[in-house]
Design a protein around this ligand. Structure first.
Ligand code: FE2
Length: 352
């Protein structure tokens, strides 16, 4: 029998039983979790949702021993990414570090650029475990305030980590800082409960046609609050992120958040800075931001190619007529993925 619950389609045979005591807490769930009530599946947690210890304790306290899981992330895949991050970190010389980087690029291209049934959740989950360094309140607030902003935080941060690798930034503490800065990039949009449908529309318009999101809000007579919040969110997000500066090895990276909507010709906001005012590293957050739609993402097998390759093609097209300062990222990604698709990856024993 086929079920469809909140956009997730499956049959009972696809499900496994997972004991609550075996569910990893303080991480993102690698699977959708269901409970059955009178033969009807109830979605308890989506794949990619943050698993709080309190959530598990609550159901264990009610005598629940297990849920049914629909696996999305591949644990071996996630493990491989963690090994490669680790290998970059503990390389004893520059050559070894670069070899580990090349291997990571190859694995990533195999999984998310070539035709593949892999879910991007494996990479998202590995990045979260390796790099997330903010208090739990940040991720839980995003998760409870907006599924759109929560999905985006997970995706943009992971793409940002890969963008660093592709730019040959191989200092893991710097990658970690940029990952967390990306996580907080639109955090200001949740303050005061401002992220409503109008804001979401404006953000997606801005992403598809830079400049149009702010114009859309400014032209409305009923959106003054939203227009101000949208215009100022890079500053508000950066100010909010300062509260967590102790989580950063290089706290100056937090300031990059202020510039994530600036453009080459000064037509961006809030500073109206031109390209000459932006350093390369200040543009690193923009790549993931522009790759990722403002919508809830339901992780599923094969979604990696959509999140990475398809989104890249659309962004490349968009950038032919736009002033987004991400040309160097686009060029490096195209070169890296083309190269990686022509070479073979090592097997797991060679990586370890
Ligand atoms: Fe933003």
């Amino acid at each position: 029998m086929q079920y469809s619950v909140k956009g997730i389609t499956f049959s009972k045979e696809d499900l496994l039983t997972v004991k609550l005591k075996d569910i990893r807490v303080d991480s993102v769930s690698p699977c959708h979790l269901f409970a059955f009530f009178k033969d009807r599946p109830i979605l308890m947690l989506r794949a990619g949702d943050y698993v709080e210890k309190e959530f598990i304790d609550k159901y264990r306290g009610r005598g629940v021993e297990s849920f049914h899981s629909l696996d999305i992330a591949n644990p071996d895949n996630g493990h491989k990414y963690k090994l490669l991050f680790n290998q970059i970190d503990r390389s004893v010389n520059e050559r070894q570090k670069r070899q580990a980087k090349d291997e990571l690029v190859k694995v990533f291209a195999q999984d998310y650029w070539k035709k593949s049934d892999k879910s991007f959740l494996s990479f998202v989950s590995a990045c979260f475990d390796e790099f997330y360094n903010l208090p739990e309140e940040v991720i839980t607030e995003l998760q409870t305030s907006s599924v759109t902003l929560y999905s985006r935080a997970l995706l943009t941060s992971s793409i940002c980590a890969m963008n660093c690798i592709i730019h040959s930034i191989l200092d893991l503490s710097f990658i970690r800082d940029l990952y967390n800065a990306s996580f907080l990039m639109d955090y200001g949009l949740v303050s005061g409960g401002d992220f409503n449908y109008l804001m979401s529309q404006a953000c997606e318009k801005e992403r598809n046609l830079p400049g149009s999101g702010l114009k859309f809000l400014e032209e409305r007579t009923d959106a003054l609050k939203e227009s101000n919040a949208f215009f100022n969110h890079p500053i508000v997000s950066a100010q909010m992120a300062q509260k967590f500066k102790d989580s950063f090895t290089n706290p100056e990276v937090i300031e990059h958040i202020r510039f994530h909507h600036e453009k080459i010709d000064g037509s961006g906001f809030p500073g109206g800075l031109s390209y000459a005012s932006l350093s390369d590293s200040e543009t690193l957050l923009m790549f993931g931001d522009n790759m990722t739609p403002f919508e809830e993402h339901i992780f599923k097998r094969g979604d990696g190619a959509v999140i990475v390759k398809e989104a890249f093609s659309k962004l490349e097209e968009l950038c032919k007529n736009s002033t987004l300062p991400i040309q160097s990222s686009l060029g490096l990604w195209a070169q890296a993925m083309d190269w990686a698709c022509t070479v073979e990856t090592l097997d797991e024993s060679e990586v370890a």
